[in-house]
Design a protein around this ligand. Sequence first.
Ligand SMILES: Cc1cc2nc3c(=O)[nH]c(=O)nc-3n(C[C@H](O)[C@H](O)[C@H](O)COP(=O)(O)OP(=O)(O)OC[C@H]3O[C@@H](n4cnc5c(N)ncnc54)[C@H](O)[C@@H]3O)c2cc1C
Ligand code: FES
Length: 278
Amino acid sequence: MKPIPLQSRLPRTYPIAAVRRETEMVQTFTFNVSLGAKPGQFVMVWIPGVDELPMSIASDNGKQLKVTFFAVGDATRVLAGMKKGDLVGLRGPFGTFYEWKKKQRLALVAGGYGAAPMYFAALEAIKDGCSLDVFIGARSKEHLLYEKELGTLPRTTLHIATDNGSKGFKGFNVANLEAILQEKKHTRTKPFIDQIFACGPERMLVSVSSLSALWKIPSQLSLERYMKCGYGLCGNCVVDPLGIRLCVDGPVVKNDVCKKIAEFGKYHRDAIGRKHSF
Ligand SMILES: Cc1cc2nc3c(=O)[nH]c(=O)nc-3n(C[C@H](O)[C@H](O)[C@H](O)COP(=O)(O)OP(=O)(O)OC[C@H]3O[C@@H](n4cnc5c(N)ncnc54)[C@H](O)[C@@H]3O)c2cc1C
Ligand code: FES
């Protein structure tokens, strides 16, 4: 592992340069800074006087960095109330990232805010000549994220799934991917997809992990655990029984490793190490 430089471990505050409302509960903040991040990595977002939270990087184009977040709890609700010009602290980038080879055919599977890092992965993979099948899913069409952005990318086919069938495939996006693998008759000798990347709720990741093993397609999954330091110091994000820290050995983990994590899809730990079932 490459050492993380001191300047990346210390928070620096930046004014929010732009606020975009994505849905009722989701917003994207833009900052006029680049942290040299790669798709799949995360930043620790410090809300002064409130809390510090891990967030996936939705893009870092060398000039601007974006995060897309759900207002789910005390801290993210305060964040959601912040306006253009307010100061937010950023530390990072931290963690592992998605990796591909030039001209590969990739399936990107996103649930919820997972669409944001998947958009970042899509932007970068396209520069390497990759072709993409992107699967985004949500409860209903009003909750789909990054639909417009993903839908206009070159060499990209966007597949939409909604639980209630209000748009696209009715059901989960992983079922949609499986239907397409069957339709295209993906086999080891006639591969339709070289790799699967996924980011979203852990139940979705469990389905991707099984599908990846069944269809013998390598996959990289983004796992979330409670994170405090973000760079391997506190031990809060360790997973059983491997003892790897997901802030440095993750969040993006290969399926082979994922399958050895006993708690994957079963439980996670909170800020003081108590177990909670999914
Ligand atoms: C690597 C990583 C990337 C993430 N990327 C995003 C993202 O791009 N957008 C987004 O909306 N959310 C993201 N999250 C989740 C986000 O960090 C939590 O939703 C946020 O911390 C909730 O804080 P809260 O105080 O508002 O809610 P709370 O009510 O405190 O918590 C709500 C939920 O968030 C989890 N949570 C709270 N604090 C943390 C923490 N420090 N680390 C991990 N989980 C926590 C809790 O376990 C709980 O399930 C990411 C988490 C991780 C680990
Ligand atoms: S968050 Fe501290 S070791 Fe991972």
